[in-house]
Design a protein around this ligand. Structure first.
Ligand SMILES: NC(=O)c1ccc[n+]([C@@H]2O[C@H](COP(=O)([O-])OP(=O)(O)OC[C@H]3O[C@@H](n4cnc5c(N)ncnc54)[C@H](OP(=O)(O)O)[C@@H]3O)[C@@H](O)[C@H]2O)c1
Length: 285
C-alpha cells in the first residue's frame, strides 16, 4: 500500500514509519519539510486535497497533533485548529478520493470518574487538549465512514521527549523524586502501537478502538518500575496531584479497556512492563 503519514517527525510518527516502511511505500509528511519529508499542514484543506490528488495514497494515518497538554490550556484555539479542524480536513479529503483514515486519539477524552473505559463509554474531557481531541473524533465521524480511531495513552518512544526519559534524567541529579500516585493509566510503547496500526490497516474493520499495552499503574508505580528495570536506586516518593499542580487537569483514571481490539480477533498488546524492558534496552545503550 501507499501510506501517507502526517506528523511523521514526531515521537510516534518516527517509529510508525520505521515499522510500516518494511512492507509499504510511505509518504512521510509534517508541518515543516525535511529530508524525505513532504511539507503538509493538516490545517490547510486545499493543500491536503491537492497533495492527495497528486500523491494518490491508499490510506492516510494522522499522527499530527498539538500534543503539549499544558500548553493547550492557554492556546485552545490553535489546539482546536490542529486537533479538530486538521482531522476534519483529512476526513473530507480522504472521503473525496474514497480512502480510509486512521487517526490517533487519546484517553484524555474521558473525565476519569470511572475506573476504566470501554470504547462506547460517555466521554467528558476535563482539559482543553481532551476537548480538542474529542472534537477531532466527532468531526471525522461526521465526514467519513472509513475511519479507524485509535485512542491510546501515556505514550513513550525513542524519538521524543517522554515520561521515561524525564525520570531517567531526573535520577541523575536527585536522590529522591516525587511522583503523583493518584493518576492511573496504561503506559504504551510507540513501537507496539505501531505494530497494532500495521495490523488494522490490512483490514476494513473500521471503528473506534482503545489500544494500549496491557496492565495499568500510577505514574509513581511506573517510575518505580523504570528504576527497578534500570537498576537505579533513586528513591521515589508518592505524592497527590493536588501537591503537584499542573496547568491542565488530568483524569484520575484513564485506563482504556481494549475490548474492540480483542473482539475483532487481535491479540492484546503485551504488558507495559515487558514493553518498557525492550524500550530501556534501546534507551540505556
Ligand atoms: N504522547 C502521548 O502520551 C500521547 C498519548 C495519547 C495520545 N497521543 C496522540 O498520539 C499522537 C502522536 O503523539 P506524539 O506524542 O508522537 O506527538 P508529537 O511527537 O508531538 O508529534 C506530532 C507531530 O505533528 C506535527 N504537527 C503539529 N502541527 C501540525 C500541523 N498543523 N500539520 C502537520 N503536522 C503538525 C508536530 O510538529 P511540531 O513538533 O513542529 O509541532 C510533530 O512533528 C497524537 O495524535 C497525540 O494526540 C499521544
Amino acid at each position: 500500500m501507499k501510506i501517507l503519514v502526517t506528523g511523521a517527525k514526531g515521537m510516534l510518527g518516527t517509529d510508525l514509519i520505521d515499522i510500516l516502511s518494511k512492507n509499504h511505500e510511505i509518504i512521510a509528511t509534517d508541518i515543516v519539510d525535511d529530508e524525505n519529508i513532504v511539507k503538509l499542514d493538516i490545517t490547510d484543506l486545499n493543500d491536503i486535497k491537492s497533495k492527495f490528488n497528486s500523491l494518490k495514497p491508499d490510506i492516510v494515518i494522522n499522527v499530527a497533533a498539538f500534543t503539549d497538554v499544558d500548553a493547550c490550556e492557554t492556546n485552545e484555539d490553535l489546539a482546536y485548529k490542529i486537533n479538530a479542524i486538521g482531522p476534519k480536513n483529512l476526513a473530507i479529503a480522504s472521503e473525496n478520493i474514497d480512502i480510509p483514515l486512521l487517526h490517533i486519539s487519546t484517553d484524555y477524552v474521558f473525565g476519569g470518574d470511572k475506573h476504566s473505559y470501554d470504547e462506547d463509554d460517555e466521554t467528558g474531557p476535563i482539559s482543553a487538549y481532551g476537548r480538542t481531541k474529542l472534537a477531532g473524533e466527532i468531526l471525522i465521524k461526521d465526514h467519513t465512514d472509513k475511519y479507524f480511531i485509535f485512542r491510546t495513552a501515556w505514550l513513550y518512544g525513542y524519538n521524543g521527549n517522554n515520561f521515561v526519559k524525564t525520570m531517567l534524567e531526573l535520577s541523575k541529579t536527585n536522590d529522591e523524586i516525587s511522583v503523583v500516585n493518584d493518576q492511573h493509566g496504561s503506559p504504551t510503547y510507540t513501537r507496539d502501537l505501531s505494530d497494532a496500526i500495521a495490523k488494522i490497516i490490512e483490514t476494513e474493520k473500521y471503528g473506534t478502538y482503545h489500544i494500549t499495552n496491557s496492565g495499568n499503574c500510577t505514574w509513581y508505580e511506573f517510575t518505580k518500575e523504570i528504576f527497578k528495570q534500570s537498576n537505579i536506586d533513586t528513591k521515589v516518593k508518592p505524592v497527590t496531584t493536588v501537591e503537584f499542580p499542573r496547568p491542565a487537569p488530568r483524569p484520575e483514571y484513564s485506563i482504556l479497556n481494549n475490548n474492540k481490539w480483542k473482539s475483532e480477533g487481535f491479540t492484546p498488546l503485551r504488558s507495559y512492563k515487558d514493553a518498557l524492558n525492550d524500550y530501556l534496552k534501546l534507551e540505556l545503550n
